[in-house]
Design a protein. Structure first.
Length: 244
């Protein structure tokens, strides 16, 4: 049946990407840090995560840990990331292999609490917008439940134009507002013609504002819980609370 659950209306952004591994978590963490440094109480939220590791407390997502660190929050990981799977795959596959369903009510309960204690929320998706979450529910369906402006994170390299434009079209056709685009991982030293021209092409063909270009910086690493000043500076120039 179609996804009908609507989450509390809040001020914030939904951060999605053109694919997995494009840097959604790094960008979300960088935005969270830049806002928290300005005195904004940021609520970071990762509704569903896969590829989690086993700890004494249960399954733990490194993405959720990074978001907690970057936002300087005292919220528990179970609130930040209410649904976790061990297998590194689409949630719909994890449901079948791990013999348990995505608990959308748990997501709603955690999100309601997070909204009550936050000035601004940053919700990070999993993979791209058409990744299946559960039967008849993909990321795009869940995004509609949050009703937040959508920020798209894309790679700078060859091949990203098609992926990014398709992502933008899917979001726009769903009726959700597009906040803008962030290009992540731009390496000035290795940039070729594709990298140098991608921003202009995406702005023209996607009819979307380019809000930031985040440079490639090995000093930042989500798995190791490192967020460099270089990444933060590239994101703190944007008024994220007005990006909608």
């Amino acid at each position: 049946m179609p996804f009908k659950l609507k989450f509390p209306k809040a001020r914030g952004l939904f951060i999605t990407g053109t694919d997995t591994g494009v840097g959604k978590t790094l960008v979300t963490g960088g935005i969270a840090r830049s806002l928290s440094q300005k005195g904004v109480k940021v609520g970071v939220f990762k509704p569903v995560a896969s590829g989690c590791r086993h700890e004494r407390e249960g399954l733990v997502s490194s993405d959720a840990e990074f978001l907690a660190f970057a936002s300087d929050t005292d919220l528990s990981l179970s609130v930040i990331n209410p649904v976790t799977f061990a297998i590194p795959a689409a949630p719909v596959v994890c449901e079948e292999r791990e013999k348990r369903q995505v608990d959308f009510e748990a997501i709603a309960i955690a999100y309601r609490h997070l909204c009550k204690v936050s000035d601004f929320v940053l919700v990070e998706g999993i993979g791209g917008v058409r990744v299946p979450i559960s039967r008849d529910v993909d990321v795009l369906d869940m995004m509609k439940g949050f009703r937040l402006p959508v920020l798209v994170v894309a790679r700078p390299g060859l091949g990203t134009i098609n992926h990014t434009l398709l992502t933008i079209d899917a979001i726009r056709n769903s009726g959700l507002p597009l906040a803008g685009l962030v290009i992540n991982g731009y390496d000035t030293a290795r940039a070729g013609i594709a990298e140098e021209t991608v921003a202009d092409v995406l702005k023209e063909w996607g009819h979307i504002p380019l809000l930031a270009v985040v440079p490639w910086d090995p000093a930042s690493n989500v798995e190791q819980g490192r967020l460099s000043r270089t990444v933060i500076v590239s994101l703190e120039r944007v008024d994220w609370q007005q990006a909608r």
